[in-house]
Design a protein around this ligand. Structure first.
Ligand code: HXC
Length: 258
């Protein structure tokens, strides 16, 4: 796979997407986003892949949308072109789990990209922020919606209204990130987590992603009902028989549908 703004490669059963515009701190533009979604499409279609990791460099996951590219936009350019925001539900609609491995700056669209992933693993040097207000704009890819859901209104307002950055330790305390790891271990640890997920039954992994995402849509009762239906459906899987038999027989499960 030949891309200009990202590197896409496989590590065992994990698809790894590395944002690769180092001179611009991985600022996001249409070309980068299109390449990222193309790589996601191919990893989703690849039966050998069970989980996907998106990462950047040690200095920056992504410092936001490319400011130079949008500086002279008119309302019509922004609306008609849907600059970098088009198709931003792609991570959510990807049925395989997508992990953001974040080191350095995750700002603006970079923070939003991390938040749309299913889980964020942060390096100790990670910094999250929604600094759009300093540019005379506001978050445009979910910052005002996903941030309050992740960390509550008080901290979300603080970040969006003052542009202050949140470091990894605070982000973990606030519930924005799943785990914080030493910066030099970020990629190895994120790949290990993704590899573990990819070793489980893929249909069950997909059911869990779908069910957890339901918690952010509709009512609690609807979500509980959805979970119960999917839970019952899991008993139709060969992998459920294998997983439970392996437990009873005190051996490692050998899931067929990975
Ligand atoms: C374009 C960017 C950029 C960006 C950094 N660069 N961020 N280029 N768009 N978002 C470029 C710089 O111009 C510079 O290029 C090079 O990357 C290194 O950046 P420096 O500023 O020299 O590095 P440093 O002093 O370490 O500061 C790092 C930083 C700062 C704190 C991350 O770069 C910064 O504040 N960047 C902007 C962050 C931001 O406002 N993001 C939100 C964007 S709006 P040269 O050529 O000079 O070396 C957004 C809206 C999303 O994301 C809407 C929906 C999708």
């Amino acid at each position: 796979m030949d891309y200009t703004n990202i590197v896409a490669e496989t590590r065992g059963r994990v698809g790894l997407i590395t944002l690769n515009r180092p001179k611009a701190l991985n600022a996001l533009n249409d070309q980068l986003i299109d390449e990222m979604w193309e790589a996601l499409d191919s990893f989703e279609a690849d039966e050998g892949i069970g989980a996907i990791v998106i990462t950047g460099s040690e200095k920056a996951f992504a410092a936001g949308a490319d400011i130079g590219a949008m500086a002279s936009f008119s309302h019509m350019d922004a609306y008609k072109g849907d600059y970098i925001t088009r198709n931003w539900e792609r991570v959510k609609t990807c049925r395989k789990p997508v992990i953001a491995a974040v080191a350095g700056f995750a700002l603006g669209g970079g923070c939003e990209l991390a938040m749309m992933c299913d889980m964020i693993i942060a390096a100790e040097n990670a910094k999250f922020g929604q600094p759009e207000i300093k540019l005379g704009i506001l978050p445009g890819s979910g910052g005002t919606q996903r941030l309050p859901r992740a960390i509550g209104k008080a901290k979300a307002m603080d970040m969006c209204l003052t542009a202050r950055m949140m470091d990894a330790a605070e982000a973990e305390r606030a519930g924005l990130v799943a785990r914080v790891v030493p910066t030099e271990r970020l990629l190895d640890d994120a790949l290990a987590i993704a590899t573990e997920i990819a070793s489980f039954s893929l249909p069950v992994v997909m059911m869990i992603k779908e069910s957890v995402n339901r918690a952010f849509e509709g009512s609690l009762n609807e979500g509980l009902l959805f979970e119960r239906r999917v839970f019952h459906a899991a008993f139709g899987l060969e992998d459920q028989k294998e997983g439970m038999a392996a437990f009873v027989e005190k051996r490692k499960p050998d899931f067929k549908h990975r």
